[in-house]
Design a protein around this ligand. Sequence first.
Ligand code: SF4
Length: 346
Amino acid sequence: MRKEENIWRYGKNNERILTGDRPTGKLHIGHYFGSLMNRVKLQNEYETYIEVADVQALTDNFNNPEKVKNNVKEIVMDQLAVGIDPNKSTIFLQSMIPEIAELTVFYSNLVTIARLQRNPTVKTEIAQKRELFGESVTYGFLGYPVSQAADITAFNATIIPVGEDQLPLIEQCREIVRKFNSIYGEILLEPQAYLGENKRIKGLDGNEKMGKSLGNAIYLSDTEETIKEKVMSAVTDPGRIKKDDPGNPDICMVAYYHNLFSKDEVKTICEECKGGKRGCVACKKQLIKNITEHLAPIREKRHYYEERPEVVKEILMEGTKKASKEAKVTMAKVKEAMKLDYFKEV
Ligand code: SF4
């Protein structure tokens, strides 16, 4: 185990993880390789809380509540399908834990607007959402790192798996915790970012990010037919006209995905491509087969839950009940520390 620059790079037992997904669309292979696989592994090492962040999703989907609501069960089914075990991980719904909203209000006194505006993650995201916000970002979106600090501290989570681009959010949370503790007493735990093996997966169009809104994703729930259509349209080496033209797998998205789904074959695939001994259509068909085979057990498990919505609801309700109890304990301590426990003796 090694700790450097406040980032845990290796596991540690007896600590709690908080992670989560925004219910704005089904999960895709970018989520799978970027965080879900890691999450499935980590649930065996740490007590794991997984938030379905519907309130956070509303910060940039406030005008589309149906979308958020409809995606809650989709997200939970995806999580269960990849191997999140409800006996090991607590899956809960953010909006059903009012203590998170309460903590957000308390913490908002401990953060300046200028500090939020300087947060590099927030700055980047605001720039990406210019279409939604125009020149004037909402109070809710600007303040979502404060709400995230509430998510983390409500459950005493100390390890937060994130990508490099989200490190400023964890730093912001740590600042809030330090400020709170310095004013009201040592109540909150300071979390650490866990970089783990999180990696960003490129989109079918070659975009650095695979995204729901970018239309360049392969979803975990995609059928074989859909996978086929998507892979057939993936960007390849544009310089290749004939099968025996030497290709460059470094600029081909099909080779990129072979790297993820065809680990044993990728070396040969790249050599044959470079030597002009492989046709792009055959190469794509091989990838379609491998992706389909890889995702088959996930789709099968997802299908099980699709047929049993009451089981999905029960898992989410049970997880939310457990999370609620935890948040209430934290809230009692916070209110006592902030002298907001007026009727305690009554
Ligand atoms: Fe890409 Fe395969 Fe075509 Fe080479 S042969 S350019 S790796 S699709």
